[in-house]
Design a protein around this ligand. Structure first.
Ligand SMILES: NC(=O)c1ccc[n+]([C@@H]2O[C@H](COP(=O)([O-])OP(=O)(O)OC[C@H]3O[C@@H](n4cnc5c(N)ncnc54)[C@H](OP(=O)(O)O)[C@@H]3O)[C@@H](O)[C@H]2O)c1
Length: 245
């Protein structure tokens, strides 16, 4: 049986690190490559780790060129890069509750992390996926990036940057249908997952709706088995249900 390679980008986070473990356990891939800014303190023997600072486009390009030069072909790439809170320029960033909370420093942070860095990966990784074998390129997005679904408001920067990511995915699929027909793009909403990203907001989550990374990753990997380029790009939640863009 043919085995492609799998690539996890943003492999240090709660969902990313679980993805790396489950991809290894699945035994469906020849090699699993993991990209992150910091390497794990307890690396898995079977994983090919790459330490990359994605804020510099040149670093992304050189890793992808090097993988290509080694003829490493991927059939799956998943980007888990994203942020809902953090620090920018030594200032804390938290999601905006009202218009007065909007400022350019925070918007820079949200757009850089949730849309611009993923877009640079999208551009560079396409060459590693394009080929004869069916390949999937998944971005961890969020339901709040849906323009149609926005009833609650708030979280201006995070919402808008995930909506921008979704638009990048939709636009890229139009082009890939011409030049990389084997590549299916997916925007995935993992549900609310118990990771650093959701920690400050978990008190509002209804009982039974805070998922483990283990759960959402196995849901994702199962649903990927059946997805095709037909009707792509797919915008799916953890149940496999389509979200309206
Ligand atoms: N957890 C949830 O409830 C939830 C809900 C909806 C959507 N999501 C999405 O799921 C994805 C994974 O989130 P998670 O829950 O696993 O959060 P997490 O544990 O905080 O992981 C986020 C990942 O993004 C990376 N990252 C952040 N800023 C970066 C930057 N500037 N450059 C490079 N890497 C950067 C982090 O790397 P470092 O470790 O180096 O910081 C980490 O690997 C995100 O896109 C998030 O928006 C999560």
């Amino acid at each position: 049986m043919f085995k492609g390679n799998a690539l996890v980008i943003g492999a240090s986070g709660g969902i990313g690190s679980e993805l790396v473990s489950q991809l290894i356990q699945s035994n469906l891939y020849h090699q699993v490559h993991a990209v992150s800014r910091t390497l794990p303190s307890e690396p898995l023997r079977e994983v090919c780790y790459h330490k990359v600072d994605s804020e510099d486009e040149g670093n992304i390009a050189s890793l992808c060129q090097s993988l290509r030069a080694q003829n490493i072909q991927f059939t799956l790439a998943i980007s888990c890069i994203g942020a809902l809170h953090g620090v920018n320029d030594e200032h804390p960033v938290t999601p905006e509750k009202r218009l007065e909370d909007i400022n350019s420093r925070n918007l820079d942070f949200y757009f850089a992390t949730n849309a611009i860095i993923p877009a640079i990966w999208l551009k560079n990784v396409e060459r590693l996926l394009k080929g004869k074998q069916a390949a999937k390129l998944v971005f961890l997005s969020a339901r709040v990036g849906s323009i149609n679904d926005n009833e609650l408001g708030g979280w201006y920067g995070y919402r808008a940057s995930k909506a921008a990511l979704n638009m990048l995915i939709k636009t890229a699929q139009v082009e890939l249908k011409r030049r990389a027909k084997n590549v299916t793009l997916v925007s995935y909403h993992p549900g609310t997952v118990d990771t650093n990203l959701s920690k400050p907001f978990q008190s509002n989550v209804p009982q039974g709706k805070l998922f483990t990374a283990d759960f959402t990753v196995s849901q994702l990997l199962n649903m990927l088995l059946d997805l095709t380029t037909e009707d792509a790009p797919h915008y799916l939640d953890w149940q496999g249900k389509t979200i309206s863009w």
